[in-house]
Design a protein around this ligand. Structure first.
Ligand code: MRU
Length: 373
């Protein structure tokens, strides 16, 4: 298993994914500014992975601070948190990680500053380790919706590279189904403009011996129409209270095409990607990235005229009505269930849907009933 990010001798080692699959190079981050740069420049990317990096960055930032009191420590740490928060706005996992770390500090406010610094580092490591367990559980929930012989289309990279390690989120369901001996095939959208599907998903699934075929994004509809896709599974950067899903740009057209062709569209989401504080998808901040990602391929070859106007939204929002089910570490559930939650960690236990078919009322509910058949 290739590591995306880890601690070594007090520094954070970050796999530079912007160079994959051509080069496997780790960047040494010895301060939080380097970690923030890595998140912004996509050396590390994918919602869970940038949450982990954010936590590690905060711990690095804290290690350089001197403070006499808890209040002074928090006051000096706040700008570190804010500059990490400013790196990428769409994935809620950075915000989640910062809130989690500050809540943890508050619980231990009576300890020495040195003890708090150690706690930050240990907690960031714990988030990394728990992420791997969470992804396995997401995979268990999702694999029951995959049948022997299925072909699964995925978009972007919601794989091990987007998380703390082996399973990934969308690819967790795929990996668990593969481990269960189901003969499955994967179709990976290339995912313009940064090509996470071509460079990362295709690469990591091939490493695991999972049958993967790369397509250009524009080929997805045609393959669906020809009956070559049985289900779609994607990840999410932020899923909100009404079940709307922000994910990599191009996810929304995939969902619409899936609905048009009667193909179930599933979203794999750790609870840390669910933001109940936001009512609907229109309120999700969408990151707009550098125009060069569109005018140049792989940061090198220019393919558009100099001076052309460019739009480069990095994410889009898929309305909840297109989502057949969410796969989480607490099981699978319907988008409509999100509205009822107060605390996803507690409440989802009560409403988990291992078989979605009972009481199916919509086309999506009906297609979500795959786990029963
Ligand atoms: O811009 P990226 O590469 O960070 O975008 C990543 C995605 O959109 C993933 O699908 C999402 O973060 C889910 S990862 C488990």
């Amino acid at each position: 298993m290739i590591k995306t990010i880890y601690w070594e001798n007090g520094i954070v080692k970050m796999l530079d994914q912007s160079r994959l699959p051509l080069e496997t190079i780790y960047v040494d981050c010895d301060d939080y500014i380097k970690v923030a740069e890595g998140i912004q420049k996509l050396w590390i990317r994918g919602a869970p992975a940038i949450g982990i990096a954010a936590a590690m960055g905060l711990a690095l930032g804290a290690s350089d601070l001197s403070a006499e009191t808890y209040e002074e420590f928090i006051k000096k740490l706040a700008p570190v948190r804010d500059s990490i928060l400013a790196t990428r706005p769409t994935a809620v996992n950075i915000q989640w990680a910062m809130e989690h770390m500050f809540d943890m500090l508050e619980k231990h406010r009576n300890e020495s500053i040195e003890a708090l610094k150690k706690r930050l580092k240990d907690e960031s490591q714990k988030i990394l380790e728990e992420d791997i367990e969470i992804n396995r559980a997401i995979g268990e929930a999702g694999a029951s919706f995959i049948r022997d012989g299925d072909t699964i289309l995925t978009h972007c990279n919601a794989g091990s590279l987007a998380t703390g390690g082996y399973y990934g989120t969308a690819t967790a369901a795929i990996r668990v189904a593969h481990e269960q001996g189901k003969k499955i095939k994967v179709i990976a959208d290339e995912t313009r403009p940064v090509l996470q599907g071509a460079r990362l998903t295709a690469w990591e699934l091939m490493e695991d011996g999972i049958d993967v075929t790369l397509i250009s994004d524009v080929a997805a509809g045609s393959l669906m129409l020809n009956g070559e896709v049985d289900l779609v599974i994607v990840g999410t950067d932020r899923t909100v209270r009404n079940g709307d899903v922000a994910n990599k740009i191009g996810t929304y057209p995939v969902a619409v095409l899936a609905a048009e062709n009667g193909i179930p569209f599933y979203v794999a989401a750790p609870l840390s990607s669910i933001d109940l504080s936001i009512k609907n998808g229109a309120m999700i901040p969408i990151e707009e990235r550098d125009s060069e990602e569109v005018t140049n391929v792989f940061g090198r070859c220019r393919i558009a005229p100099e001076g052309v106007k460019v739009r480069n939204p990095a994410f889009d929002v898929t309305p909840a009505r297109y989502v057949a089910a969410f796969f989480t570490e607490k099981g699978a559930f319907r988008p409509s269930d999100l509205k009822k939650l107060k605390d996803p960690a507690q409440d989802l236990e009560a409403i988990r849907i291992d078989t979605v078919s009972s009481g199916a009322t919509t086309a999506n509910d009906a297609t979500a009933a795959r786990s029963k058949s």
